[in-house]
Write a protein that binds this ligand. Structure first.
Ligand SMILES: NC(=O)c1ccc[n+]([C@@H]2O[C@H](COP(=O)([O-])OP(=O)(O)OC[C@H]3O[C@@H](n4cnc5c(N)ncnc54)[C@H](O)[C@@H]3O)[C@@H](O)[C@H]2O)c1
Length: 387
């Protein structure tokens, strides 16, 4: 091993962990060597292709074989495993979501760590040049003042076989949520990364609309911002054909990302200014239509791991620091809270209130979970909604 390489361990060798193992064994992350793996299910030992294997995360964490750990286990275990890893001085890369709810995120983030200890979260869609471009344009003010945002992200289609593939999936007790926490956490992270956190949230979370599950598989939400900006956010895992359409309306025009197309309908003058002073007549001068060319969707997971390694070895700025992972979780918690109580929720939410709500959902559950390990493989479902 190179003297300057990070020795990485992976905990959780399921769909995602296995993908990370392959990436690392293929040498796709320079200066990083996968040196040990862990899964509570001993059958997963073969995933590590002969690497030292542990069936207890504590044993890997204290093995002395790793400097850093990537945690790819079911959501509730992120907090206890993450705290133990941070406590023992390891650098930590947590799979999304940072944790299930705000209180657990705060517990994780409050774990004392050395200044040099890196703690990041796998928000891989932040590496996507489409979203980076939109963020840059919004922050530079190219759209002027933002008035409305619409994101319809319904191309997260999942079959019943997907939900049945693991015991923890799609229950309040095992996963802590559905499409919001598992799939749309990416979009909600991007949403707040680009536009900031809303002030009020009103959501309708439809539970088990399409699948035999007990959590939400379709959501329609309205967000309000202090400055009057409003937004809609709609997501589903049961709709086909789905769409991924993000539309941003500002004084200077309309920016639309749909699939692989990013189009800016750019106004010649600010619409707000024109409303106030319309010397030439009733109608706005026509917008010019600009197709913005973006070559691909970026490095995704491997990009985040490279950035994590760069932060450890060279102090590179993290693209997705763990502290950022809290925001999408808080947004998700607020949406479920709003739906359960059929009310408008103001942010920031009280962590203890949501934790109690979730405990009640778990306590009152009578759901009978079906589990039948899926044999067919999941193909490229990981990449599906990066477009
Ligand atoms: N970033 C992404 O694009 C992406 C995509 C899919 C999944 N994920 C995330 O990855 C994580 C895992 O999801 P998955 O789909 O791979 O789940 P999975 O059920 O396929 O795999 C989870 C694995 O963790 C193991 N495990 C469970 N508890 C453990 C423990 N305490 N210690 C060690 N091993 C344990 C299980 O045996 C299983 O092998 C979740 O946080 C999920 O949201 C991220």
């Amino acid at each position: 091993m190179k003297p300057e390489a990070v020795r990485l361990g992976i905990i959780g060798l399921g769909n995602m962990g296995r993908h990370h193992v392959e990436t690392l064994l293929n040498g796709e992350v320079p200066d990083c060597e996968l040196t040990a793996v862990c899964d509570s299910n001993p059958v997963k030992q073969s995933v590590g292709k002969g690497l030292p294997f542990y069936s207890q995360s504590s044993d890997l964490i204290h093995s002395g074989k790793i400097d850093a750990v990537l945690i790819a286990t079911p959501h509730y275990s992120h907090t206890p495993i993450g705290i133990e890893a941070l406590d023992s001085g390891l650098h930590v890369l947590m799979e999304k979501p940072l944790s299930v709810h705000k209180a657990d995120c705060l517990r994780l983030l409050a774990t004392p760590r050395k200044k040099t200890q890196v703690f990041a979260v796998m928000l891989n869609q932040r590496t996507d040049p489409y979203y980076q471009t939109i963020r840059h344009m919004v922050q530079k003010g190219e759209l002027g003042r933002i008035h409305r945002i619409h994101w319809t992200i319904t191309d997260w289609f999942r079959s019943q076989a997907y939900y049945d593939s693991s015991a923890w999936r799609a229950t309040w007790e095992g996963e802590g949520g559905g499409v919001l926490l598992n799939q749309s956490v990416h979009n909600l992270d991007l949403f707040q990364w680009i536009f900031g956190m809303p002030h009020k949230v009103h959501a309708v979370c439809s539970l088990a609309r399409y699948h035999h599950i007990e959590v939400e598989d379709e959501v329609s939400a309205i967000f309000q911002y202090y400055d009057g900006t409003t937004a809609t956010f709609i997501t589903s895992t049961g709709e086909a054909p789905g769409v991924n359409r993000l539309e941003v309306i500002g004084d200077m025009g309309r920016l639309v990302k749909e699939g692989d197309r990013l189009t800016f309908h750019r106004n010649q003058v600010s619409s707000s200014d024109y409303i106030r002073s319309t010397p030439e007549g009733y109608k706005m001068p026509p917008a010019e239509i600009l197709d913005i060319s973006i070559p691909d969707h970026g490095e995704q997971h491997v990009g985040i791991i490279k950035n994590f390694v760069g932060a450890i070895l060279r102090g590179d700025k993290l693209l997705s620091p763990a502290s950022d992972g809290l925001h999408a979780v808080e947004l998700i918690n607020s949406m479920i809270l709003s739906s359960v109580h059929q009310s408008i929720v103001e942010l920031p939410i009280q962590a203890a209130v949501y934790e109690k709500t979730l405990q009640n959902l778990i306590f009152n559950s009578h759901f009978q979970k079906t589990v039948s390990p899926y044999q067919g493989g999941f193909g490229n479902y990981l990449q599906k909604s990066s477009t």
